[in-house]
Write a protein that binds this ligand. Structure first.
Ligand SMILES: Nc1ncnc2c1ncn2[C@@H]1O[C@H](COP(=O)(O)OP(=O)(O)OP(=O)(O)O)[C@@H](O)[C@H]1O
Ligand SMILES: [Mg+2]
Length: 406
């Protein structure tokens, strides 16, 4: 199993690459497969502020900054007895986060400030994440060499592996996964990279609040953390987590609770809202309400809408999930998908669970980040928890991160 979470350290005027954490794993059981631009595996990387580093177990607040909403998750306690103490989701003004980038730093800071005030959360150290738009995760093979040599090689030869010519403006990290199955002289290596200016956008907005960014994670990796904490699994178990957001859908295929394949595509809830907007000839806000609650009318008409209008509008999304999983199945022919877990707001589209299950002939469930995490029952009832489960999943994974948890 691989699990990098190695650190990006940041001084005041410089975002640099921290010492690399070399993998402990030798053979990680990743099966041989053809090269593909979709062959990515997920990692986290952290942006370490030494001021926050009192103990390796300091707890942070998880902040899922989506393009359509902000989710704050505070989890208290220790492994085995975690309790979600706070959860708050608030809509985010369109245009603040665009394609995974902070397009309006002041606007984000303002909305975060409101979120923190309304939540009552007093924690000042934040764990947040980049999504598929803003982070590049690439698998490559390299001759065997020491980690520090590999760091230099990646830096110098980056353009071979990453879509960047100049790595001086990029934060990257990597993990050596183990020997390549076809060529034992080579190591499989995962490279995670993000433009410094993208990370800086989040850092600046958070610092405007008087808070600090402790760890910068990746959405799909946060889901992996959440899965590891909540789901029993066997070594051979292959599970797909599909995170259907507003602007992007990310698939993360886990084997033994560790990412072996990921894919993102720019389809999500917005696409459905836009379709309703043009079909019904209504403004975007009204289209969003129709999507969530159905058109005005009796329950029968609403049921009809969800079955005969909404689900067909989600068809391109479901078809793309189907295509991606078919691609995974053909590439990793030894692996048998055991289950698909749906996360993100799109998981609540009525009928999507059955639709995907029929398309792919695999059990599909809405993800449950509260299987083994308790919650503050004075503030949240069972129905509320069920409704927020897929929306809170990334935030729960973020809130579970600790600086010492490599
Ligand atoms: N019951 C529901 N039926 C249909 N769509 C829903 C429902 N609940 C939420 N959604 C949709 O889910 C999307 C929001 O999901 P989520 O909060 O996961 O997105 P996000 O994190 O803001 O976006 P992204 O990750 O793409 O940047 C919106 O498009 C919203 O309309
Ligand atoms: Mg999201």
């Amino acid at each position: 199993m691989f699990d990098i979470k190695s650190l990006f350290s940041r001084k005041k005027d410089q975002v640099g690459v921290s010492p690399v954490v070399a993998s402990k794993s030798k053979e990680n059981g990743i099966p041989p497969k053809k090269e593909s631009k979709f062959e990515l595996a997920l990692h986290a990387f952290a942006l370490l502020n030494p001021k926050n580093f009192f103990t390796g177990k300091k707890q942070f607040v998880g902040l899922d900054i989506g393009s359509s909403s902000l989710k704050l998750v505070e989890i208290l306690g220790e492994k085995g007895s975690y309790t979600m103490n706070r959860f708050l989701v608030v809509p985010l003004t369109k245009g603040i986060i665009v394609e995974g980038t902070v397009a309006d730093i002041d606007g984000l800071a303002e909305e975060l400030s409101r979120l923190f005030n309304n939540s009552g959360c007093k924690k000042k150290s934040i764990v947040t994440s980049l999504s598929g738009y803003s982070v590049i995760i690439k698998k490559a093979t390299f001759p065997q060499m020491e980690a520090h040599d590999l760091q230099e090689t990646i830096h110098d030869e980056a353009s071979k592996y990453l879509p960047f010519d100049n790595m001086d403006n990029v934060n990257f990290d990597f993990q050596i996964l183990g020997r390549n199955a076809n060529n034992p002289n080579q190591n499989d290596v995962i490279i995670v990279a993000a433009k410094k200016e993208i990370i800086e956008g989040y850092v600046e907005a958070i610092e405007l609040l008087g808070m600090s960014l402790a760890i910068m994670d990746v959405d799909s990796f946060a889901l992996e953390t959440m899965y590891q904490e909540n789901y029993e699994h066997e070594e051979k178990d292959v599970v797909v987590i599909a995170n259907i957001g507003a602007s992007i859908t990310s698939l993360n295929v886990l084997r033994n609770a560790t990412s072996i394949f990921t894919r993102d595509f720019p389809l999500g809830g917005n696409m459905i809202t836009e379709a309703i907007q043009s079909q019904f000839g209504v403004p975007v806000e009204e289209a969003e309400q129709i999507k969530l609650h159905g058109p005005e009318g009796d329950e029968l008409a609403k049921g009809e809408f969800f079955r005969n209008t909404l689900l067909p509008l989600a068809d391109p999304l479901c078809a793309e999930i189907e295509r991606s999983i078919d691609y995974f199945r053909s590439t990793y022919s030894d692996e048998d998908v055991k289950m698909i877990l749906l996360a993100g707001g799109g998981a609540n589209i009525p009928g999507i669970v059955n639709d995907l299950s029929q398309r792919l002939s695999v059990p599909v469930e809405i993800i449950n980040p509260f299987k083994k995490i308790n919650y503050n029952r004075k503030m949240m009832d069972v129905d509320y928890i069920k409704e927020i489960a897929p929306i809170a999943a990334v935030g729960v994974g973020l809130a579970l991160r600790k600086l010492g948890d490599k």
